[in-house]
Design a protein around this ligand. Structure first.
Ligand SMILES: [Zn+2]
Length: 165
């Protein structure tokens, strides 16, 4: 097995790739490998539940489902530190930031994948979790403000009744 600057480890979404040494921005990380097939055939396999299909152009798709394709363990993130790119028919993952040892290597799977497969409400990346946590905090604050307003209104009403007596 070739020496990689990362290892496969436990991530939030199952397994993931984690840097074991510093990876410089723009550096090649790993190739996304697998047999090449027509998009038509890939669509059929995908409809039957095949994951890890990577479409490289209007004609061809790489089926990355083999466990030998270690790149398949790289997870999606909406705040990625890597990207996938097609270079002369091969799919590679490269760093778009300096990556520190221990960091999970993640790239953006693309709009369609995010919208239809992951779905925005279930994305477990840091950015989406942060957004959801902020929305929950905001909702809690709103509920608290509403409760405070109701309490104040009740207190005022009681005071007004006392005055009248
Ligand atoms: Zn996300």
């Amino acid at each position: 097995m070739p020496k990689y600057p990362f290892r496969v480890g436990r991530a939030r979404t199952g397994l993931g790739l984690f840097a074991t040494e510093p990876i410089k921005k723009r550096a090649f990380i790993v190739e996304y490998k697998g047999p090449r097939m027509s998009n038509e055939k890939a669509d059929k396999l995908e409809a039957r539940g095949s994951k890890y299909m990577y479409q490289i152009n209007s004609k061809w798709t790489i089926d990355g489902s083999s466990r030998k394709n270690i790149a398949r363990y790289a997870n999606h993130s909406c705040r990625p530190n890597a990207e996938s790119d097609t270079v002369r028919g091969r799919v590679i993952i490269r760093a778009i930031k300096n990556i520190k040892p221990g960091d999970e290597i993640v790239y953006d799977y693309g709009d369609d994948y995010f919208k239809y497969v992951i779905t925005p409400s279930r994305c477990k990346c840091d950015k989406c979790r942060g957004k959801r946590a902020a929305a929950q905090r905001e909702a809690r604050l709103k509920a608290k403000r509403r409760a405070t307003r109701a309490k104040n209104a009740a207190r005022k009403a009681r005071a007004a009744r006392k005055k009248r007596r």
